[in-house]
Design a protein around this ligand. Structure first.
Ligand code: SF4
Length: 245
């Protein structure tokens, strides 16, 4: 029996130019509908429901836009929601690559099997994974859902072992995660090539507290920067060094 290809992932949004989704690069962003978490601090709550009654963007139209702009783009970020929920993710990566564009994947790390498949395909140039708490019962509070902690840990391991570019994004929700827990999250990422500490959407807990975490735990990873402040690197590579921007 011939296996039918999986349907394309539901595409809810296309940001044709972003300077922040893939730092240092000009990227378009494909936003997929549906997430298995319900983070209280989610900045894209409209992408969380699995189904959106208002319909989705036809893939052909999004690919056409990317094709026309390919000369001005360094790559495409596939984000969500949670892209690894969709069986058609690998095919989506492949068709974007066929346009001659590099791909970065954003993930919450809850689906290591899908993440491994995409990473091992060699078609993704970069993966950004968000980690919201230490791997203990705090995690479920930080993501507003039941979560298989072993799966998140496995995803961390996959990225640490894989060659190529990765970035662990660590948003801090101070109402849920204490300073010492933030430090322990970064220690868990020991050996990571890049960690980005992010404040909560309301700006808390403030830059000083983030710097303190970076100073305390940054040496465990190669590079540890504050979101929007890449010139200050607390990681082993740039420890105590402010790089001119
Ligand atoms: S993982 Fe991302 S998209 Fe999903 S609820 Fe959390 S912040 Fe929102």
């Amino acid at each position: 029996m011939v296996r039918r290809p999986p349907p394309p992932p539901p595409l809810r949004g296309l940001e044709s130019v972003s300077l922040t989704a893939w730092e240092g690069r000009v990227a378009a962003v494909l936003q997929l509908q549906g997430c298995n978490f319900k983070c209280p601090a989610c900045v894209v709550p409209h992408l969380v429901p699995q189904v959106f009654e208002g319909g989705t963007i036809p893939l052909e139209s999004a690919l056409d836009t990317l094709y026309r702009r390919r000369r001005w783009l360094d790559g495409v970020v596939i984000a969500g929601g949670e892209p690894t929920l969709h069986e058609g993710l690998r095919d989506l990566v492949r068709v974007v690559r066929e346009l001659g564009l590099r791909v970065r994947l954003h993930t919450n790390g809850s689906n290591p099997d899908a993440l491994r498949a995409v990473v091992e395909s060699g078609e993704v140039s970069s993966v950004a994974m968000t980690i919201r708490a230490p791997l203990d019962p705090t995690y479920a509070v930080a993501v507003g859902a039941r979560v298989r902690l072993a799966a998140v840990y496995e995803s961390v391991e996959i990225l640490l072992r894989a060659p190529g570019e990765h970035e662990f994004r660590v948003p801090w929700l101070p109402q849920v995660v204490e300073t010492e827990q933030m430090v322990s999250v970064i220690r868990m990422l020991a050996g990571a090539r890049r960690v980005v500490l992010e404040p909560a959407p309301d700006g808390s807990p403030g830059r000083r507290a983030l710097q303190q975490v970076g100073r305390t735990a940054g040496a465990y990873v190669d590079s540890c920067v504050l979101a929007g402040r890449p010139a200050q690197d607390f990681g082993a590579r740039g420890r105590s060094r402010s790089v001119p921007s």
